[in-house]
Design a protein around this ligand. Structure first.
Ligand SMILES: [Mn+2]
Length: 310
């Protein structure tokens, strides 16, 4: 295969959607487009993703520390602050995403973004639109796992009709009998905080944002019971204070999402005003429970961004 190497990469602190989308899209570029594409990860993969890769017998992509000087396809993000280090010195040739657009580049590229529950849904659409491309059971398994993971088994407000419809087709192809059961099994792999340091918990799915010239960050963990996170609250908050001071964040929120109860506890370090204004609540001991709050992107971020200017 001629031509330069192209690296397909998700965000730092990779989740299942970013890893599986990168693997499948790189495979598609290679087979269908004759592009010398390789999937890589920009950080260590989490236990949930590891379980899925093992389950479908797929090799973990190599970890890349810097994208400087390389040609990149970005999947599952488009904000530079969430990208692999060295992205400013890389050549971005394509973006596939389902998040709010915060992207600017001096030249035209392929930029595909749709308001779907996962990037994997968008990848599945691209693959299915190519009539000559055959989706293997393994590929279908990776894609449906990523959709189940990102939509929290269709419970997240980000879930669309297309996510559900494609999941049914892909699930069948991957020979998964009970999608919901498999989805919960996947989520439980990431739900345990045992053996993780406070730093690892906070950064397991950590994203930085900017509004009104100020930086803030939101981490999210998914649990099947909030007790475990509660018992480590002091330790987590102390570490959040340190991270906030080191990075001059206006505030950091850790979103502890209970996927069974369907709500999130927010632990906040720093200025509580944006959270309190956005949701009309008062924090008690830096903590507040928000019923129905499942998605950082759809439930938490928009009101927060609005409140930030006030
Ligand atoms: Mn995603």
């Amino acid at each position: 295969m001629p031509h330069e190497k192209i690296y397909v990469v998700g965000h730092k602190s990779p989740d299942t959607d970013s890893v599986c989308s990168a693997i499948v899209y790189a495979d598609y570029l290679k087979k269908a487009k004759r592009v010398n594409a390789v999937p890589v990860v920009a950080g260590e993969i989490n236990p949930e993703t590891k379980f899925i890769l093992d389950f479908f017998k797929v090799k973990t992509p190599a970890q890349l520390d810097s994208g400087a000087g390389l040609s990149l396809v970005l999947v599952d993000h488009n904000e530079k602050s969430q990208s692999i280090d060295g992205v400013s010195d890389s050549r971005i040739i394509e973006v596939l995403d389902h998040h709010k657009v915060s992207f600017e580049l001096g030249h035209p590229i392929v930029f595909r973004s749709e308001p779907l529950g996962s990037t994997a849904t968008l990848v599945a659409k691209i693959l299915r639109a190519d009539k000559k491309f055959k989706i293997t059971p393994q590929t279908a398994g990776l894609l449906v796992s990523a959709i189940l993971s990102d939509t929290v088994v269709f419970k997240s407000a980000t879930t669309t009709k297309e996510d559900k419809e494609l999941s049914l087709l892909l699930g069948k192809r991957a020979k998964i009998k009970d999608l919901k059961k498999f989805g919960i099994e996947i989520k439980e792999k990431k739900a345990s905080l045992k053996g993780l340091s406070a730093d690892q918990i906070i950064k397991s799915d950590f994203k930085e944002f900017e509004a009104g010239g100020k930086k803030f960050a939101i981490g999210q963990i998914e649990v099947v019971k909030l007790d475990e996170a509660k018992s480590r609250k002091e330790e987590l908050w102390k570490r959040m204070e340190e991270i906030r001071n080191e990075n001059e964040f206006e505030f950091i929120a850790l979103m502890e999402t209970d996927i069974i109860k369907e709500g999130s506890e927010l632990l906040v370090s720093g200025n509580p005003a944006p959270v309190e204004i956005a949701f009309g609540v008062k924090l008690a001991n830096n903590l507040v429970y928000l019923k129905g709050m499942m998605s950082r992107k759809k439930d938490l971020l928009p009101p927060l961004m609005n409140a930030f200017g006030n």
